[in-house]
Design a protein around this ligand. Structure first.
Ligand code: ATP
Ligand code: MG
Length: 424
């Protein structure tokens, strides 16, 4: 009897001819999530992946349940293809689980039909043994506990617990994006939503440097580390925006200061995306949440971006976003205080309405293309997912500038994806 975890594939099973590629990426992401958990074995079947290893099954479950692409996570045991061994495993697992407040049901299915008993007989045999040894009543309509028995080609899996998986699609099967990451609650949740639909993300964070300290960059670093536990090789670009913010203020942005900054952010992020081969931007905007997120201001910001700006949280309320931030593990970092670059030079009143023309008049007074160029030259790139955080230095080590750094992922490019060129 071996402990293992069954992962039921989600939408991947719908992928027809692309299915092989999806499964390959899923497997790679799973490996990334299990890195550091000791030796593990991953077997991928048609609709289920089986993970086993030396680490306790609880640890394996904790690591794999957040990997997008799986709908269901079941701690299980695998036993030889012998009905009595199956029944014994079921009894053992139920004993371990403790008192049951109600009845039980056995659900058996055979992925491989060459088993001595059909599913109904197997379920009856296991059920009889459980009733005899544990004295539990059978309840097939609303059982308090379900014993799942799955007959595979070489073994049988038995489990008494079903946990929801992350769902979604494997990260890396939907292309690449650059996510604009502030230190708040929203943008990490937005990036997570995008990743959950298959987009592999790199991240850009703008600081108010030289007018603010490094706290917000540390937060961004910690957030990326949390977000990319299942994505090998994410990059974080940290861009000092302070001087350019000042220039916009001097150019008379006034009540449009925040929107002007946002336009500069998306322009810079889009140029970064172009240089690294990403096809979209992701932001944490939620319609009407703050003055800069009115429809009018969103449209003005979009007009500055040559790439689609994806806003996964557009229809989310703040309370929903915060609950999701808790669930995905980014809330603890978002909660920390920092000096947000947007609060620098914040006008007393932020315009709720704007037009691209109004902003263009401000932007004509600075050289926008040159500003973007300079911002990217000053950008620092970090690798928060790596053990060393970058090129051999600890913590938030910076291992190059955006303009001078070729792709340094530790993971190979995703299947079906072009290897990204150097940033410059
Ligand atoms: P968040 O909680 O993500 O900070 P917010 O509600 O504070 O969002 P804004 O500050 O208006 O909203 O920012 C809207 C979006 O713009 C953010 O979700 C993020 O995608 C992007 N953004 C804002 N500030 C920054 C920044 N300093 N660096 C990178 N992206 C930013
Ligand atoms: Mg913010």
């Amino acid at each position: 009897m071996h402990r293992c975890v069954l992962l039921k594939h989600g939408e991947v099973v719908l992928k027809g001819r692309n299915r092989g590629r999806f499964e390959e990426v899923l497997r790679r992401n799973l490996r990334a999530a299990l890195e550091g958990a000791g030796p593990v074995r991953i077997r991928t079947g048609r609709s289920v992946t089986v993970v086993s290893g030396d680490a306790p099954v609880e640890e394996l479950v904790e690591r794999v349940r957040r990997v997008p692409g799986f709908n269901l996570v079941q701690p299980a045991v695998s036993v030889p293809r012998d009905p009595e061994a199956v029944a014994e495993a079921a009894v053992g697992l139920l004993r371990e689980r403790g008192p049951v407040a109600g009845g039980f049901a056995v659900r058996a299915r055979r992925r491989h039909k060459d088993f001595p008993l059909d599913s109904a007989r197997l379920a009856a045999l296991v059920g009889a043994r459980v009733r005899r040894e544990l004295g539990l009543p059978v309840d097939l309509t609303s059982p308090a506990v379900e014993v799942a028995v799955e007959v595979d080609r070489r073994e049988v899996y038995v489990s008494v617990e079903r946990l929801p998986g992350e769902g979604g699609l494997p990260v890396g099967t939907g292309g690449r994006a650059v996510a604009l990451l502030s230190g708040g609650y929203d943008s990490p949740v937005a990036a997570h939503r995008a990743m959950r639909r298959g987009l592999r993300c790199d991240f850009v964070h703008f600081t108010g440097a030289p007018y603010t300290g490094p706290a917000s960059a540390y937060k961004a670093y910690a957030l990326v580390r949390e977000l990319t536990r299942h994505q090998p090789g994410a990059r974080l670009y940290v861009v000092p925006l302070g001087t350019a913010q000042r220039a916009l203020a001097t150019a008379g942005a006034g009540r449009y200061q925040v929107v002007a900054q946002r336009r500069l952010m998306v322009r810079t992020a889009a140029e970064l995306a172009r240089r690294t081969g990403a096809g979209a931007l992701v932001t944490g905007d939620s319609l009407g949440q703050v003055a800069s997120q009115t429809l009018s201001n969103i449209a003005t910001v979009d007009e500055a971006s040559p790439l689609p700006v994806l806003r996964p949280l557009l229809g989310w309320d703040k309370t929903e976003i915060m609950a999701e931030a808790e669930r995905i593990g980014t809330a603890a970092v978002s909660r920390l205080s920092d000096e947000d670059c947007c609060s620098l030079l914040l006008p007393p009143r932020v315009a709720t309405g704007s037009t691209p023309g109004r902003l263009a008049r401000v932007e004509r007074r600075i050289d926008v293309d040159q500003t973007v160029e300079e911002l990217l030259e000053r950008a620092q790139v970090m690798y928060p997912g790596r053990k060393d955080g970058g090129a051999g230095r600890g913590g938030a080590a910076v291992c190059g500038t955006a303009a001078g750094t070729a792709r340094q992922d530790d993971g190979a490019p995703e299947a079906g994806e072009d290897p990204s060129p150097a940033v410059a």
